[in-house]
Design a protein around this ligand. Structure first.
Ligand SMILES: Cc1cc2nc3c(=O)[nH]c(=O)nc-3n(C[C@H](O)[C@H](O)[C@H](O)COP(=O)(O)O)c2cc1C
Length: 379
């Protein structure tokens, strides 16, 4: 197989391998997609600042995440419907994460049930919670606890579903509806179609009887339409904290005020994110608000995502005080392009890039990166 030299090559291959409706679901953003562009522009505007003549002959990329050592400052972001890229995509991503020595986050909207992923994948598992119904959410949290998930990630930026024009144009829905246009598109992607026919189209087992006491037709319909319980608020976060004894991260935070409140309620960390530009276009790029959040959370951990496409981007976030970066679409490009091997390759590319960047910056380890040098804000 030919070597793919950068993420853009995986992205293009993924685009060729997937029907348009699936690629657009992964790639698309909210509204006019300006949030996606802003995420990139903010990262590109930052420049690094090297320290010369330091000993970087041995470099250490490891970081402490959720109380345990991670081989690299990376986490697989929660993504719903990974099975649309490849059947069993959730397990493939989790296994690749385990091989890379980093945590994997399973979405509530996964296509493999949370207990099954724990049984089959191994490695360090985090569970991302969408609250569609409180009773159902409690059942999921209990299920994640007994299946051994080490951290819970509460996503807070999907009170309602963002408006994604690509999905509207393509007639995207879960479960996928077989319209004549989609059937014609599938015919142009026979490898994808054969795989999906063999396994059956993806379902949502975490809301479909996959969790004891959690099977509920109302919850399933709500998640299918990404219709969340929009009344979930700070008191509910406090109750969730009481229910979940392990590490708790709150995802979708974009300012110091909310970050400080999460930590005051007992969260172990926050994830600065605009959902990869998929929910509301006119939000700050997470990298631009990262320093204010880091300053607000004190000793708690700050993770960040949205728009990170190479190891230099990751190094910039760490230099601004993030503990780790969550990767979303890049891993789906790898998955769609080359299956589990593709995910291994993309993760390896990120790790090699972080390592090379550390050496070229004169920084021996990722912990030193967070000490406030190595970044030059060019704005
Ligand atoms: C296809 C797709 C599905 C996603 N599904 C979820 C989800 O179920 N839960 C969640 O918290 N975030 C979800 N996200 C957001 C990611 O966790 C993450 O915040 C985002 O992808 C990061 O941006 P990036 O894709 O530019 O790396 C999804 C993102 C994508 C691309």
């Amino acid at each position: 197989m030919t070597a793919l030299l950068n993420l853009e090559a995986y992205r293009r291959l993924a685009q060729r391998r997937l029907p348009r409706i699936v690629f657009d679901y992964i790639e698309g953003g909210a509204d006019d997609e300006s949030g996606i562009r802003r995420n990139r522009e903010a990262l590109d505007a930052l420049l690094l600042d090297p320290a010369r003549l330091t000993d970087v002959s041995a470099r250490d990329l490891s970081a402490t995440l959720a109380g345990a050592r991670s081989a690299a400052p990376l986490v697989v972001a929660p993504m719903g419907l990974n099975g649309a890229c490849r059947p069993d995509g959730d397990v493939m991503l989790a296994r690749a994460a385990a091989r890379a020595g980093i945590p994997f986050t399973l979405s509530t909207a996964s296509n493999v049930a949370l207990a099954e992923v724990a049984r089959r994948a191994g490695g360090r598992l985090w569970f991302q919670l969408y609250v569609v119904q409180r009773e159902h959410a409690r059942a999921l949290v209990k299920g994640a606890l007994s299946a051994g998930y080490e951290a819970l990630v509460l996503t807070t930026d999907v009170t309602v579903n963002g408006r994604r024009e690509r999905d509207l144009r393509n007639g995207f829905a879960v479960p996928l509806r077989l319209t004549p246009r989609i059937v014609a598109d599938a015919a142009l992607h026979p490898a994808w179609t054969i795989r999906q026919c063999r396994h059956g189209l993806p379902t949502l087992p975490n809301v479909d009887g996959g969790v004891d006491g959690g099977a509920d037709a109302g919850a399933q319909a709500a998640l299918l339409q990404r219709r969340m319980d929009a009344s979930f608020c700070w008191d509910d976060l406090a109750a969730l904290r009481d229910m979940w004894p392990r590490k708790l991260y709150v995802k979708g935070i974009l300012n110091a005020r909310d970050a400080a409140r999460c930590v005051a309620l007992g969260a172990d960390g926050v994830i600065v994110s605009n959902h990869g530009g998929r929910q509301l276009a006119d939000l700050a790029a997470p990298i631009s608000v990262l320093p204010e959040v880091v300053a607000a959370v004190g000793g708690a951990q700050t993770l960040v995502d949205s728009g990170f496409r190479n190891g230099r981007d990751v190094v910039k976030a760490l230099a601004l005080g993030a503990r780790a970066v969550m990767l979303g679409r890049p891993l789906l490009y790898g998955l769609a392009a080359r299956g589990e091997t593709g995910v291994d390759e993309v993760l390896a590319m990120f790790v090699a890039d972080i390592d090379r960047t550390l050496a070229l910056l004169g920084c021996p380890d990722v912990v030193s990166l967070g000490q406030g040098r190595y970044i030059r804000n060019s704005l």
